[in-house]
Design a binder for this molecule. Structure first.
Ligand code: ADP
Ligand code: MG
Length: 357
């Protein structure tokens, strides 16, 4: 493993740091939101984050409203705009990290809120000026569904990247109509990847290599939505990321399951990725009516200390309804308790990026 581990040392994803000082022109929602895909180039993140669409000859994305910067009337109200309006207008943009934070959202238990967290944090951050890519690493493709990205068999997907060396840029798609939000979808093919990768050389490093070859300079966050297992897909995500974001459901046995993930993360850290650390823990599906939930929350805080976000995500019907509309809860029902909580949790992440927490 030494040789592979050595190779992996060079595969480190860029870490988090202090807040970026890049200037952001007004009207960024127009300028920065046009993905190459919208211009007929499949996938890819636009190279010129701040260039006006006109400058690069890139037609504006029909889904992106032209606001004051474009000087034209807004033809329709997008879910993203409606969400902001419901929250009382355009909030300030949040701080963005100096370099892209690659975070894997992992917990081998199913149904703890990994996908929900990936999608909603990503949407909230995108809504506040960040550019976020969600890598769907779960063959079920739930994140792709929630982000309204096609993922039927045959669609270029993360499977092609991991198994066939297809460049990541070729599978990245804009997500729904949220400017700044992108997704590399998962198709059902990915179910075979765990087995197909077994004989492959450096099989644990496939995602890390794909990300290394991908231009992340125009992104602020990459969230990897893991499957509910500790197989090769999750290991690939742990090798590729610098941070683990661990969602923990406020239920009995929550911490026991987490220990297995922590053991795996430690193995990956030692053998492949010395910078890997659990930077963020998020308590999910909290039911304030039960004593158990609050006991679990206390235990988790005692165990993980300051890495636990102050915000706790409550159980909220709206959160579970949103994916069926191909939306995050942030746009589906922005004033619901789930949306407000995910928004607040995302703000905490952004403040981490600014080094203010
Ligand atoms: P995982 O990705 O860990 O398997 P999901 O994010 O898919 O978990 O969540 C599992 C189920 O619970 C989904 O149906 C989701 O809609 C629902 N869910 C997640 N978070 C909440 C919440 N805060 N309130 C209500 N339902 C939730
Ligand atoms: Mg999931």
């Amino acid at each position: 493993m030494g040789e592979v581990a050595e190779a992996a040392m060079g595969e480190q994803a860029q870490g988090s740091g202090t807040v970026r000082t890049r200037e952001r022109p007004t009207g960024r929602s127009v300028a920065g939101a046009v993905p190459q895909a919208a211009a007929g180039q499949p996938g890819g993140i636009p190279a010129a984050r701040h260039a006006a669409p006109e400058e690069g000859g890139v037609p504006s994305n029909a889904a992106v409203p032209r606001d004051a910067a474009g000087g034209q009337a807004v033809p329709t109200v997008s879910p993203a705009q409606a969400a902001l309006a419901a929250l009382g207008g355009k909030e300030h943009e949040w701080p963005r990290p100096t370099s892209c934070r690659v975070m894997t959202i992992a917990n081998q238990k199913g149904g703890v809120g990994k996908t929900t967290t990936a999608v909603n944090l990503a949407a909230a951050l995108a809504q506040h000026g960040s550019r976020v890519l969600v890598l769907d690493l779960d063959p079920q493709g739930n994140a792709s569904t929630a982000l309204d990205v096609e993922h039927h068999a045959g669609v270029p997907s993360i499977y092609d990247v991991l198994v066939d060396d297809r460049p990541l840029a070729e599978v990245v798609r804009p997500a729904g109509d949220m400017p700044g939000l992108f997704c590399a979808p998962a198709t059902i093919d990915l179910a075979g990847a765990e087995i197909e990768l077994v004989p492959v050389v450096a099989r644990e490093l496939r995602l890390a290599r794909a990300l290394r070859a991908f231009d992340m300079s125009h992104l602020d966050y990459v969230f990897v939505d893991c499957p509910p297992s500790l197989g090769l897909l999750t290991v690939n995500s742990l090798v590729a990321a610098e941070e683990v974001l661990l969602p923990i459901q406020c239920e009995y046995y929550a911490l026991e399951g987490v220990q297995q993930l922590l053991n795996t993360a430690e193995l990956v850290r030692v053998n492949f990725n010395p910078g890997l650390h659990v930077s963020t823990v998020l308590l999910t599906m909290y039911d304030g009516r039960t004593r158990l939930a609050s006991d679990v929350a206390d235990d988790v805080r005692a165990h993980f200390g300051a890495s636990v976000l102050r915000t706790i995500i409550p159980r909220s019907v709206r959160v579970s309804e949103a994916p069926s509309r191909g939306q995050s809860v942030i746009t589906y029902d922005p004033t619901s308790s789930g949306a407000v909580a995910y928004m607040e949790a995302a703000r905490e992440l952004a403040m981490q990026s600014a080094g203010t927490q």
